[in-house]
Design a protein around this ligand. Sequence first.
Ligand code: NDP
Ligand code: GDP
Length: 328
Amino acid sequence: MKTALITGITGQDGAYLSQFLLRKGYKVFGVTRRSSSSEIHDTRLRFLGIADRVKLLDGNLVDVSSLVRCLREAEPDEVYNLAAQSFVMASWQQPLLTGQVTGLGAANVLEAIRLEAPKVRFYQASSSEMFGLAEELVQTEKTPFHPRSPYGVSKLFAHWITVNYRESFGLHASNGILFNHESPLRGIEFVTRKVTDGVARIKLGLANELRLGNIDAKRDWGHARDYVRAMWLMLQQDEPDDYVVATGRTTSIRDMCRTAFEYAGLAMDKHLVIDPALFRPAEVDGLLGNAAKARARLGWAPEVGLEEMIREMVDADIKRLSLSNNRA
Ligand code: NDP
Ligand code: GDP
């Protein structure tokens, strides 16, 4: 039986990855930071019905000693570093925290592994946001990086420190450059989930409008359940490497939003309000990934399309909001 340690286990990907690894027979440990409201900590794990099957350890990405203790306790074969301040918009409000957690935090995990468990296989959650003002229409592992936010800059540091520890110390450390991926467990502040939650509220008569920022931006959206499979595949390879994980299809926020409204039988133009306050100081106008390397070497391909995913998310939000205590 293999053992995995996941930072960010309470997030979207941490929950789906835990479910995936448990199905493969792994023992799963997760690092969680202390919060005053511990009862909401494992909402996503409970949603998937696996909260009592993972072991949660106290730790924080900014405290390397806590990470060393987590490694000692879990004795993992594989470590997945998914923890981050992951919301781009918030990274302009909290650029230093984002740098400390999303950037230096990865170095803390690598340093703990180097000192405590150098044989561990390590996965770093890199991001398509590193391409930012993309220099190529279709992005691959070879496309130059030009991050556009403190989040993207921090992810770039984490990406390169992972490459550096691989080259300097021979760690089995891989970067998954994942394009946007969503699900009913996506944080409500991200645009797909904000849209499906908003559409569900309008459908149920709880709201009348949905306010968005730049709806001309385009993203390459996949489903988180497909993307965590790619993470695992990377760590099963003899050699560590970096891989783009994407669907190869890009869609505007406007068209994604229309899909959600139409599925709910609502007219988007009646409810959508463009709010200039939601525009970003610097925008990533378009992302489109080419996952040919992951397809060829890992045998990975996405299974869920955008429309199917949006329908799943709208249904889940309608169901959640229909329970009266979830309407706040
Ligand atoms: P989430 O925002 O859902 O989860 C982030 C996780 O990090 C949460 O478990 C959070 O814990 C934890 N965390 C935050 N700060 C700390 C800290 N200081 N110490 C320990 N844990 C901390 O992200 P996703 O699941 O969507 O994404 C997973 C990773 O993949 C992230 O690194 C993200 O940046 C990256 N990524 C995501 C993409 C996407 O489209 N989803 C695309 C590309 C990369 P808590 O519950 O306490 O807040
Ligand atoms: P990101 O790609 O990691 O920044 O994921 P988001 O889901 O947060 O944003 C995707 C795109 O949607 C960006 O280009 C945003 O500018 C755009 N967008 C437009 N309106 C909104 C909004 O109200 N909230 C969010 N989060 N993004 C929005």
